[in-house]
Design a protein around this ligand. Sequence first.
Ligand code: FES
Length: 120
Amino acid sequence: MQTNNMFNYTTLDETKVEYLEIAPASELPNGERLFVDLGDKPVVIFNIAGQFFAIGDVCTHDDGPLGDGMIEGFNVVCPRHGGEFDVRTGQAVQMPAVVDIPAYPVTVRDGTIFIGVPKA
Ligand code: FES
């Protein structure tokens, strides 16, 4: 699958990342999702069985709102045409989506969620 230099924490260089404070982890219980804007980047954070995953909220197929999609395992299903992405990596895993989306590292410090973004 193509990556188009999208940010992806599976190839993370910690020296090139800064962590932004997002919200108390208590605001994102298991099975829920939280929408945030990181500058010009819409991001959705999922809590799947107590683990947090942050991805870009725009489908690479035709700009579908991924954050409105169903979660199946670790995949989010685009509500527009059914493309799927692995929320752990951003990898496109189901047609018609073929281009990966950004995936951001998430960490919880003192009960607060932080998302890692590329340093400017
Ligand atoms: S817009 Fe997401 S699969 Fe088409």
